[in-house]
Write a protein that binds this ligand. Structure first.
Ligand SMILES: Nc1nc2c(ncn2[C@@H]2O[C@H](COP(=O)(O)OP(=O)(O)OP(=O)(O)O)[C@@H](O)[C@H]2O)c(=O)[nH]1
Length: 489
């Protein structure tokens, strides 16, 4: 009952102890409230009633020792609420202005507040209205059942006066907007609040009807106990100083502007916050998508690089192989042989294991070329190469084309005896091919083989090679188609 603090008495009011006891013994008053700021206002969010009427009710009931409960506002019209008080379903209604019909069926206290009606029109349109009488030519909208309706009936013709349902009063203001009525007559203080509450900024008060003020009081059910209460209320209302309560509640418009501005800025803030959040999410999404695409492109180019690298390695391998291979026969070329000879010679020097060389030369090959042609000569060379390759099958052995029609075999860990045997196998193998060579003995292609084996001592690789060559020529001199060998120790 904080609002009761706004109310004072200008003179003391005596309450007899007996009267007080009777009030205390009474059931709580069932109070109905009408939405009529600044007298009564219901805040749905806080589920709280406030206003000048509520302060006065609170102040007086507290002094009288009366209890009360404000009934939950149902969606009832003012007329229906009035009926509930008249029927005894509620004890009192706040606030209500007096008219004869209401006074007949209920009890009014003295009025505690005076209010005014306003003429409202669409913004920018200023009809010439200075008082009630000026309303006559217009189509006037009013809320159904208000006491003021009776006064309007006297001024405005029935076909120009339209009454609207009062539960939300939205219908009246919509009619004004649509041009169904020219002006609306409505409580000024309530409109001041509704203007901000429902953003009726396209409507405005064009005139306040000071010539027809309405006085508001409490409206009681006329039961005997309520009659005593009304008397006690009236004794207080006669000497009540309401200036504090009026100051606290009458500036409804200012309060609503402040609340409206606060709400709007909060709304704006959230709108901006949501906008910023949406923007941020969008930016993040785009950045992520871009990052993802970049990763994808990076992975693709990495794959491309790996493929290129692989192809390059293969090409290098191919080149390396080509640089070490004889193009005609597919055997190792002289370059590869020279490397291998140096390596195996060094090993022989370290380990002392025997190292043999076989130098093979085709006999009377010039004749083959001259008589059968170069192409056949090439075929002979390739065939002899195959014989060489199959005759020295160890992985450590190396058969190479040494020059024109000269071949050489490098045989690590091979004794002079074994080397000789291999040389014989080659010689025999070629002879058994039976390739025609008319100039050779027996009319078939033969080869001569020189063998040199290093079994000890410090002869160089070049010396070993020279010795193999020497043995080859010795074989040639001795009549060809034979093997000659030497051992270096
Ligand atoms: N078809 C062909 N012939 C080659 C190749 N390289 C060398 N020659 C030929 O091989 C022949 C070697 O002849 P010579 O060195 O006179 O010896 P030869 O006729 O084999 O007689 P001897 O070695 O004394 O038995 C030459 O006619 C070269 O042109 C080649 O790659 N292909």
């Amino acid at each position: 009952c904080e609002g009761g603090d706004h109310v004072r008495l200008t003179q003391p009011v005596e309450i007899e102890a007996q009267e007080l006891a009777a009030f205390r013994a009474m059931a709580p008053l069932r109070v109905l409230s009408v939405d009529a700021p600044p007298m009564a206002r219901y805040d749905r969010r806080k589920d709280q009633h406030s206003g000048i009427g509520v302060d006065v009710l609170c102040f007086i009931t507290q002094r009288l020792g009366l209890r009360y409960e404000i009934l939950q506002p149902q969606d009832l019209t003012v007329a229906e609420k009035i009926r509930q008080v008249q029927d005894g379903r509620a004890d009192v209604l706040i606030p209500l202005s007096e008219n004869a019909e209401r006074a007949e069926r209920g009890l009014f206290t003295r009025p505690f507040y005076e209010s005014h009606y306003a003429v409202i029109a669409r913004k920018g349109w200023r009809p010439e209205i200075r008082g009630m009488a000026d309303l006559a030519p217009f189509r006037v909208g009013v809320i159904k059942g208000v006491a003021f309706e009776a006064l309007l009936n006297e001024v405005v013709a029935a076909d120009r006066l339209m009454a609207f349902d009062d539960i939300s009063s939205a219908g009246l203001f919509q009619a004004l907007r649509n041009g169904v009525v020219d002006v609306a007559v409505f409580s000024k203080s309530i409109f001041d609040e509704k203007r901000y509450l429902h953003e009726y900024f396209d409507l405005e008060v064009v005139h306040t009807l000071h010539d027809a003020p309405r006085a508001y009081g409490f409206y009681f059910n006329p039961s005997p106990s309520n009659q005593r209460i009304v008397q006690a209320f009236n004794r207080h209302l006669a000497v009540l100083d309401l200036s504090g309560a009026v100051a606290a509640h009458e500036d409804g418009e200012r309060q609503f502007i402040e609340r409206y501005v606060a709400q709007r800025s909060q709304h704006l803030f959230w709108q901006m916050a949501v906008g910023a959040a949406v923007l941020l999410v969008l930016v993040l999404f785009l950045a992520l998508r871009r990052y993802h695409r970049m990763l994808l492109r990076l992975a693709q180019s990495n794959e491309q690089i790996l493929l290129q690298q692989h192809a390059l390695e293969q090409a290098n391998q191919e080149l390396r192989k080509l640089s070490q291979t004889d193009g005609l026969t597919g055997l190792a070329n002289r370059r590869q042989f020279d490397h291998a000879l140096l390596r195996e010679h060094a090993r022989q020097q370290r380990t002392g294991s025997p190292l043999s060389l076989l130098m093979t030369d085709l006999d009377h090959f010039k004749y083959v070329n001259d008589h059968y042609g170069h192409a056949i000569g090439d075929d002979y060379l390739r065939t002899v190469a195959r014989v060489l390759q199959t005759s020295v099958p160890r992985v450590t052995d190396l058969a190479a084309r040494y020059g024109g029609e000269e071949f050489i075999c490098l045989l690590p860990d091979t004794s002079a005896e074994d080397a000789h045997m291999l040389a014989e196998r080659i010689r025999q193998g070629v002879s058994e091919l039976g390739l025609p060579n008319a100039l050779a003995d027996g009319g078939r292609l033969t080869v001569s083989v020189g063998v040199a084996t290093l079994e000890g001592g410090h002869s160089s690789a070049a010396q070993l090679l020279a010795q193999a060559d020497e043995q080859l020529y010795a074989a040639k001199r001795a009549g060809r188609d034979r093997v000659h060998g030497v051992v270096l120790r």
